[in-house]
Design a protein around this ligand. Structure first.
Ligand code: MTE
Length: 471
């Protein structure tokens, strides 16, 4: 009886795996991987039963998962986990109707939750994991861990913190090799800081002119957390950085195929910034242990600078006379509009460091239906470096007149500031514009066309939102 049941189950699993193999490429990699993984799990449950053909089926299903994940690198069909689940449900119901489904638990698999993220994350790629914070979460002063954006250039490494060591070397009097316990002996410091990817809002630049091969980030590659760790200045003082040390270079543990030959992710910052009290070697985020996806066991936090310099899974700190020659130091630079990114050399671009003044509109949302008349609009602005946001204005008449917003005071120079204002929306089509000024009186560029560059970095143009209001 049992043998007969197992045989039937095996036959169903075989046909499920074949059905997954036959799914069209555009069904979406996360979905296909989820279905395949479910089959795999059930097959593994059968593993103990010495049925002929199980081993081959496991190998076939595992190969499918790998193939689908590779496909995912090139395309991002399903933007949110919620969308993925909805699509999954459709396929599941369809396959049940066709008598295929042997995987009733497929809906329980939280395949987008591998990195502890919420359903609403806007996922561009699942490997390397690149996902934006959902608009709703950008309104909070501190971003919860499950909504904090993720930006990666290689698979996320999982590091054993007990055997992990940080090397501090280069132009130092006393090279160090530090365990997590050693690091916890330094004075513990906490900084609330906003992290923003240099590619944030690349999608608006792509509307001006295409930027092939780069993640089309919307406005959510930015988040704020409370970071806790040791001050980099204290660690450098312990190592005795020499007077010739002008730059501090960081190297992570993840090996990125984006560089040829592949390189670990890295970057450097000038020693003046590295020894500022706000720069941390962080082991905690929002009072919790640093998650694997955000760099555990230790990452650098360089407040006010582009996210790329806040190197995760830190393995090595090196005091150098020059900026690092790591691929990602030069990659994160603004090239002239006519430059060919494949043909440029180091020094051809403006290497990015401090973030430039930037703002975003959170309310109304992109496709909100609004009545005309007085309405509250809101958003945030981020000044970057050690500047603060001095003013944010909004306009509903193409910039002829501006309304000054009510702006939150800065918690410190390294965090975003939220703003709000009541404006009178006209009936019909309108364009809501928000522009921010920083404490040096620098203001945002008027449009993305002004700041377009071939790799699509540092889009700090004023925020524009097209709206249609009912009379
Ligand atoms: N560090 C390593 N080792 N590898 C990376 O890919 N990405 C950088 C930075 N540090 C990266 C890294 C970039 S471009 C950004 S914007 C931030 O990490 C994103 O940090 P998060 O994923 O914790 O939000």
């Amino acid at each position: 009886m049992r043998g007969q049941r197992d045989g039937t189950l095996l036959a169903r699993l075989t046909s499920d795996v074949e059905a997954v193999a036959g799914l069209p490429a555009n069904v979406g990699a996360p979905l296909a991987a989820a279905v395949t993984i479910t089959c795999l799990i059930q097959i593994l449950l059968l593993w103990a039963m010495p049925l002929p053909g199980v081993a081959e089926l496991v190998v076939r299903a595992a190969g499918l998962v790998r193939a689908r994940r590779a496909h995912c690198r090139a395309r991002a069909h399903l933007r949110t986990a919620a969308e993925a689940r909805a699509a999954l449900r459709t396929v599941l119901l369809g396959s049940r109707a066709a008598g295929l489904a042997s995987a009733p638990n497929v809906m329980d698999i939280d395949f987008m939750d591998i990195w502890g993220k919420c359903d609403d994350m806007l996922v561009h790629q699942d490997e390397p994991y690149n996902a934006e914070t959902p608009p709703g979460a950008l309104a909070a002063q501190i971003t919860s861990l499950d909504a904090f954006y993720g930006r990666n250039h290689a698979p996320i490494p999982r590091i054993d913190s007990a055997s992990w060591r940080l090397r501090v070397e280069g132009l130092v009097d006393r090279p160090l090799e530090l365990s997590m316990d050693d690091l916890r002996h330094f004075t513990e410091r906490t900084v609330v800081a906003t992290l923003q990817c240099a590619g944030n809002r690349r999608a608006d630049l792509i509307e001006v002119r295409d930027i092939p091969g780069q993640v089309p980030w919307g406005p959510g590659a930015i988040s704020t957390a409370k970071w806790t760790g040791a001050s980099l200045a204290d660690v450098l003082a312990e190592a005795g950085a020499q007077p010739e040390a002008a730059h501090i270079a960081f190297t992570g543990a993840d090996m990125s195929q984006q560089a040829a030959p592949p390189q670990p992710f890295g970057g450097s910052i000038p020693v003046a910034k590295a020894t500022s009290s706000e720069v941390l070697l962080a082991w905690a985020m929002n009072d919790q242990e640093l998650p694997a996806a955000h760099g555990a066991p230790l990452r650098v936090i360089v407040p006010g600078w582009i996210g790329a310099r806040s190197v995760k899974w830190l393995q090595r700190i090196s005091a150098e006379a020059e900026p690092t020659d790591n691929y990602f130091q030069a990659e994160y630079s603004v090239l002239p509009p006519e430059a060919d990114p494949e043909a440029v050399g180091p020094g051809d671009g403006i290497t990015l460091g401090p973030v430039a003044i930037h703002c975003a509109i959170l309310r109304p949302g992109k496709n909100d239906h609004l009545p005309s008349g007085p309405t509250e609009v809101s958003g945030f602005a981020f000044a970057g470096d050690d500047r603060t946001v001095a003013r944010v204005d909004v306009s509903v008449d193409h910039g002829s007149t501006w309304t000054r917003t009510d702006l939150d005071p800065p918690e410190n120079p390294w965090t975003w500031q939220h703003w709000r204002a009541v404006v009178t929306l006209p009936p019909g089509e309108a364009e809501l514009i928000a522009r921010a000024w920083d404490s040096t009186a620098a203001v945002q560029a008027e449009s993305p066309a002004t700041v377009w560059n071939p790799r699509g970095y540092a889009n700090n143009a004023a925020a524009h939102l097209h709206i249609t209001c009912r009379p």
